[in-house]
Design a protein around this ligand. Sequence first.
Ligand SMILES: Nc1ncnc2c1ncn2[C@@H]1O[C@H](COP(=O)(O)OP(=O)(O)OP(=O)(O)O)[C@@H](O)[C@H]1O
Length: 338
Amino acid sequence: MMIEVKNLVKIYETKKGTVTGVDHVSLKVEKGEIYGIVGYSGAGKSSLIRCLNLLEKPTSGEIHIDGVELTSLSKTELRKARLKIGMIFQHFHLVSAKTVSENIAFALKAAGLPKAKIHDRVTELLDMVGLSDKKDVYPAQLSGGQKQRVGIARALANNPSVLLCDEATSALDPSTTKSILSLLKKINSELGITIVLITHEMEVVKTICDRMAVMQDGKIIEEGNVYEVFANPKQQLTRDFVNSILQFELPERLLEERQGKLIKIYFQGEIAEQGVISDVFQTFKVRGNILHGKIEYIQDIPLGIFIMEVTGEQVEIDRAIAYIAARTKNLEVIDDAA
Ligand SMILES: Nc1ncnc2c1ncn2[C@@H]1O[C@H](COP(=O)(O)OP(=O)(O)OP(=O)(O)O)[C@@H](O)[C@H]1O
């Protein structure tokens, strides 16, 4: 187990009283996993991830990273343990008076790497994040995506086993977000670094995470393999997050002009690839009109939702619907004009 959090509590003392940031959270992350924690603002995600490297001191609970329990370490021991935990931030936190190379070299100097080795390591890191041509540039001259690449290079400088990402793509546009996520994925698969990320965007979780947790009011309310959570969300909040990706509204006009039965079909896994829809038209005397549809690929497994109008004789429609229902995850007759 790379990360094990046991009964973590973080309470803030404020002038107005105490605020619970993290409320008895326990979680485990396996070596090499990408683990995403999703939640709305104020759910406690930042508090939780900042406790993982003790940027924030937990009120109680245990944090084990690669077999080391962090909360009981002395200052010196903690400084050493932290080298194994890289972190990147929403607003990058680069030093504006230092060049790209100097920003990265700083992390190596702090860890005591001999000067002669620093240059080579910086060159290697710049190459890894695709910024070799920007080494002497200052952060102000970089785009957001480039700044985050510097942040990533700096976080990886001392060969950490864990990378913590605090809303790392939230300040970036969608296409830059994609490129940063694919860089994180590459780092994970090529270097075997375990990644924990927090985000309010399900899209991020969908794109790169293996497992995920949903956080609300300081607690983890649902957890699991990303495909499983997307396909079978249990809590209302999780359903809302999943719907942000999968759902769509059907225009009112379509509902008014329908003729046969309107059905909503959920596909899961391989079923989505097996052509259930085309089989239905070969087997039964019905016509079908797809009004809306979407297939998302999560961990390369399809998860789909379709709305289809089925017309024809009532008996045939019923048989066709029964046929589809038997072969898909979930079928809802949403409207019946007959
Ligand atoms: N330094 C602090 N002092 C007092 N209360 C805090 C502090 N940091 C966070 N909190 C409170 O703890 C709770 C959780 O906040 P946290 O920032 O961890 O949530 P979040 O899910 O990361 O949300 P956001 O994305 O908006 O930061 C909130 O009620 C917040 O007001």
